[in-house]
Design a protein around this ligand. Structure first.
Ligand SMILES: [Fe+2]
Length: 297
């Protein structure tokens, strides 16, 4: 356990990444010193787990704004084509009843079961996402997170050298494209972007593979060859030794670094258990200057 000058403690939960942060109520005004501790832990551990926070939307948004501007979601069936700063991940309708598995919102949310990095299809990709529990199922519905930084570090040096300098093309639509109805055509056209295949954290220089379901081609390679390479690297990053599976408890909030981790939703009994999590997404400044997100840093 790291010993910190403030009352905050940071304890590693996995051999390679993920830390639990305790000793602070994030719903209260946050001092600059406490935010500094959290910011440093975020850059080091890549995923932060906060228990017993019980955020509401206003307090979740207020906390996340310390990291930078929040993204506004893109319109899709999961937000009733009416997006804001909060993205609701649930199997419940507005009346609180279970949605059928073939409901457009449920079909759309199933996309999250592919490993991905949030908003990697945007010109300025997301710095971080926070998912905070409102209602949690007793079993299933974990969120899996993988360290693409640890996976990068384990690649042989010659492989790293061959990958550095490559550029990937990211699309909002997924590779299998089976669910292409979930976005407006103009949004699909707009969200085709390129990012470096390997990104360095601007604070500590640690590199990570930047892949996942939205990365679909490598610039300068035949499309199928690029797709195969990205798939191979995504499989590499999501091997069990690089994965932390978060079992949700009431009041939990999890913050992850989209620059160096991948994540996915996992199934649960959607006709038996209620699950409702609210996500906020913090925009980056540019893919490689996210430290600029921190005022005065
Ligand atoms: Fe996601």
């Amino acid at each position: 356990m790291d010993s910190i000058e403030s009352r905050i403690t940071v304890k590693r939960l996995h051999p390679l990444f993920v830390a639990e942060v305790t000793g602070i109520d994030l719903k209260l005004p946050l001092s600059r010193a406490d935010f500094r501790v959290i910011w440093e832990a975020f850059n080091e551990h890549q995923v932060l787990v906060f228990r017993d926070q019980h955020f509401d939307d206003d307090s979740q948004i207020a906390f996340c704004r310390h990291f930078g501007e929040l993204e506004t979601m893109i319109a899709h069936p999961g937000n009733d084509w009416n997006p804001g700063h909060i993205s609701v991940m649930t199997n419940l309708g507005k009346d609180g009843n279970f949605l059928p598995a073939d409901h457009p919102a449920m079909v759309h949310r199933a996309r999250n079961e592919d490993w991905h990095s949030d908003s990697s299809f945007k010109p300025v990709a997301a710095l971080a996402s926070m998912l905070a529990a409102r209602i949690v199922p007793p079993v299933g519905g974990n969120t899996d997170l993988a360290s693409a930084r640890a996976a990068w570090a384990d690649l042989p040096a010659e492989r790293q050298a061959a990958l550095e300098g490559l550029t990937a093309l990211h699309r909002m639509t997924l590779r299998d494209a089976a669910n292409d109805k979930g976005y407006k055509e103009e949004d699909k056209q707009r969200h085709v972007v390129t990012h470096p295949l390997v990104r360095a954290n601007p604070v500590n220089g640690r590199k990570a593979l930047y892949v996942g379901a939205h990365a679909q081609e490598i610039v300068g390679m035949p499309p199928e060859e690029g797709a195969r390479l990205i798939e191979e690297l995504t499989v590499h990053c999501t091997q069990p030794q690089y994965v932390y599976s978060h079992h949700w408890r009431d009041g939990d909030a999890v913050l992850w670094d989209n620059r160096c981790t991948l994540h996915r939703a996992t199934p649960f009994e959607t006709a038996k258990y209620k699950r409702k999590l609210h996500r906020t997404t913090i925009a980056g400044k540019s893919p490689d200057s996210a430290f600029a997100n921190v005022p005065g840093a």
